[in-house]
Ligand binder design. Sequence first.
Ligand SMILES: Nc1nc2c(c(=O)[nH]1)N[C@H]1C(S)=C(S)[C@@H](COP(=O)(O)OP(=O)(O)OC[C@H]3O[C@@H](n4cnc5c(=O)[nH]c(N)nc54)[C@H](O)[C@@H]3O)O[C@H]1N2
Ligand SMILES: Nc1nc2c(c(=O)[nH]1)N[C@H]1C(S)=C(S)[C@@H](COP(=O)(O)OP(=O)(O)OC[C@H]3O[C@@H](n4cnc5c(=O)[nH]c(N)nc54)[C@H](O)[C@@H]3O)O[C@H]1N2
Ligand code: SF4
Ligand SMILES: [Mo]
Length: 702
Amino acid sequence: MSRRRHYRACHLCEAICGLVIETSGDDIVSIKGDPDDPLSRGHICPKAVALRDIHEDPDRLRRPVKKQVDADGRVSWQEIGWEEALDTTARRLVEIRERDGVHAVGVYLGNPSVHNYGMLTHQGALFRHFRTNNRYSATSVDQLPHHLAAYWLFGHKSLFPIPDIDRCDYFLMLGANPIASNGSIWTVPDVKKRIKALTARGGKLVVIDPRHTETAELASEHHFITPGSDALFLLAVLNTLLAEDLARPRHLAAFVTGLEEVARDIRQFTPEFAAGHTGISAADIRRIARELAVAEAAVCYGRMGVSVQAYGALNQWLIQLINIATGNLDRPGGSLFTLPAVDQVRNTGPGGFGRHRSRVRELPEFDRELPVAALAEEITTPGEGQLRALFTGAGNPVLSTPNGRQLDEALAQLEFMVSLDPYINETTRHADIILPPTSPLEHDHYDIAFHINAVRNTARYNEPVFEPPAGALHDWQIFTELGNRVAALLGQEPQPASPPHAMIDMGLQHGPYQEQGLSLAMLRDNPSGVDLGPLQPQLPQRLFTHDKMIRCNSPEPLADLQRLQQAFQRPPGGLLKLIGRRHVRDNNSWMHNYRRLVKGRSRCTLLMHPDDMLHRDIEDGTLVTLSSRAGSVQVPVEASEAIMPGVVSLPHGYGHGRPGVRMAIASDHAGVSCNDVTDELALDELSGNALLNGVPVTVVAS
Ligand SMILES: Nc1nc2c(c(=O)[nH]1)N[C@H]1C(S)=C(S)[C@@H](COP(=O)(O)OP(=O)(O)OC[C@H]3O[C@@H](n4cnc5c(=O)[nH]c(N)nc54)[C@H](O)[C@@H]3O)O[C@H]1N2
Ligand SMILES: Nc1nc2c(c(=O)[nH]1)N[C@H]1C(S)=C(S)[C@@H](COP(=O)(O)OP(=O)(O)OC[C@H]3O[C@@H](n4cnc5c(=O)[nH]c(N)nc54)[C@H](O)[C@@H]3O)O[C@H]1N2
Ligand code: SF4
Ligand SMILES: [Mo]
């Protein structure tokens, strides 16, 4: 059989590494990094080769399945044809919509939906018929605070400033572990090499994290911080900059206002006040602020650890204000906006906040989505607008959202559920019908999401590696087919659908690089990608605020300062605080079914500091009960000096031992779900984002 080389970008995480895949007939012979990709320069991580495992996995569904329940309540799954699967789904969704109204139909979209461009371009074909208030996604267990900060300050939910690590001298990083995660809201393949280059040229990386992480290992300086107290640290840094007259917004001064008002409102948040709660000394906080101020090019960046906690939105807003006050926004070596070839910032709406609220708990929407922490109660609470049918796509909220156990039980009460997903997992086992799309290597790929966040402007389009099997449908085709059927049932005309690549071609030809002749044809000729150059200063033109101004005195986070101050007037509760953790061979909940990724020692352990173990009669390996208001799990302890005393850490995405999960290897490496302990009532009250880091817990030997 002759060998063929294929080019492909990895879609598994935000680093979007270029790959070269060699095949022989239907077999994958090798998967390697593509040295000619101008962004990833040959980098890959251990997950890239799992693309082969996904493709070949016998547990991956190839055809739609329908749930059968016999007289004794035993569940089995029957393969059905696409016509029946699509017809039934469309009919049931429309029936419930007609009977109970559009809000009775809910939608949850998970993380891989953003890595799959066909899902992004074509979901509207179905959802335009269901303009429901009950839209949910992984955003509200993740980056919602980043969207809000960008919306308040820059006028668009996705206008994220990106740390320009390759030209930076001083990097202050909070609550991120890119060595494990490969970067987030920061597409930065090969981050290890970039961090090493930063310190090798005399630059400094300061990491603030309750765990001495793999990233902290490479840092010039690491400080433990009490989970959930980062806002006090950031306020103290900003306060020092403003009070000591160190702020110098440089070119930003022409279009930035409101810093004086912020300076007034934050005066009481001193380094001394922060020191008492964060565990970082006032002297260190002042020094870090001064170092930031004098560095030639500096950046402050924070991710999951500061977003998905009690003050997520406040934190992300403060991080931007620090970059503005030091004049490092829109500056090489600071943080810069990208200019993606298909400009999904310009092509999508700016967002909006609080235009409607959830029915039961009155939580605010953002960009027409409600916080997913409200999903279970919207299903179980009777009354008008109660959620009766649910569509899930590329998501596993039973394992990924707070109090997943409660959601698990709620899903069982739905009248109809359909899942667009290749697996029968903890969530989709509740579906009546599962619609499996083609494997990732059977469809083409262009990344429309993550170029927005990339450290360099590049573009890359790749053809499918394999032809899809006869009759198989891509995610985008499933959306189109369902949309057409729903339209017919509602007496409407079907909408003509062009394939995703045609939409990308339009986006390229009408995008910011049209003068360079960028088009799909050009990308087809350059399968390793096209380099569009380093990030450039673009302000104020790139702003989406109506008058091209940045107003720092955003009223919502300023008002949130009161909540912060009140919370930290109370003495700390004395409970342990639970945080999460990622490992380079995990990917949220769905990549535990591939032997090469799960081999070795179990990673689903509770990290605990020896000092905390001592009082509790716990030894390394002891099985403990980890409990919160919401629930408890039993898990072995792993002693670690790398975790701050008073803090424990458990990775999320495990808990595959539930009955009915059809993922054989994952079930053998089941672990427990961290989100059986996280609490759906604990939120960043400002944004509605979940609080998954800093959950108060107890730990006792089982
Ligand atoms: N290998 C792998 N890569 C992934 C993923 C994966 O599951 N596995 N998931 C992908 C996804 S969806 C995302 S969103 C990204 C996430 O990317 P990152 O945010 O870089 O990854 P995390 O490991 O969650 O890092 C969060 C850090 O915050 C720390 N932390 C926890 N609580 C606090 C706190 O209160 N304050 C501070 N300062 N720090 C705190 C944790 O110890 C941890 O080191 O990773 C992506 N990449
Ligand atoms: N405690 C705690 N909880 C967390 C986090 C944490 O740090 N701590 N992190 C949060 C974060 S950042 C995120 S993003 C969420 C993730 O939460 P989710 O997005 O809900 O969950 P995933 O584990 O990513 O599940 C992805 C699903 O998509 C399916 N899938 C994979 N590829 C495709 C595809 O191409 N098409 C379709 N149709 N389906 C596909 C998989 O089979 C799987 O069912 O978890 C969150 N939960
Ligand atoms: S770092 Fe992310 S994009 Fe790169 S190979 Fe690994 S999983 Fe794929
Ligand atoms: Mo995420």
